[in-house]
Design a protein around this ligand. Sequence first.
Ligand code: MN
Length: 248
Amino acid sequence: MIDMHCHLDLYHEPHKVVNICRQKNMYVLSVTTTPKAWSGTKMLVNGNDRINTSLGLHPQLAHERYNELDIFDDILPKARFIGEVGLDGGKNYRRHYKQQKDVFRHILTSTQRASGRIMTIHSQYAASDVLDELENYPDACIPILHWFTGNKNELKRAISQGCWFSVGPAMLRAQRGRNLFINMPRDRIISETDGPFAMFNRKPLMPWNVNLVFSVISKLWGESEKVVQERIFNNFQNILKISKNAIL
Ligand code: MN
């Protein structure tokens, strides 16, 4: 099982969550929302090479945490994965949009200079702008658009720009999410939960709840759950391979 985007440090009892992930032999990308959170979050999973901690600065926090960009740059040589980063054009965050863009551009400049990273990207109400930025920094990352909510044209553009997509139970519960999903290339899909932010039946998703997505995908692709899981695991191995060969 692979959860390519969850916030381990934000669960009530992170150590318990990590222990269960370990018992289940899960692969997890533990994303952070501020550079200061990286070291502590990484410490949660010390000694587990299936759980990676990514270095992030969430767009919803960009206006409060832009002064941590120096810390971001200091940690960058040690971080193989970047996220959660990106842009959020929603009504509560729009007024900080300029600052969000400055922060995102700084991050893309730094990762491009550092030969690129795998990056998990937030693009809510900002898909076109995120794609513009990615176009301007072509060697900054292998982009994974997490919980993509753009329109069909933006999806087409994202595919042609080489984006990957991480999808979870909450995204695929909505018809709109499913309509986008069926147009995403099967060889660029990875599973995620976005827990504990993302909820399912009014409960925060746990990393192992990622299995809820396999049955939905199985129906949408017309393939058995076993084949779906194999495909997603192959995709996961592929993106790691590509990142090793091409940029890291
Ligand atoms: Mn998230």
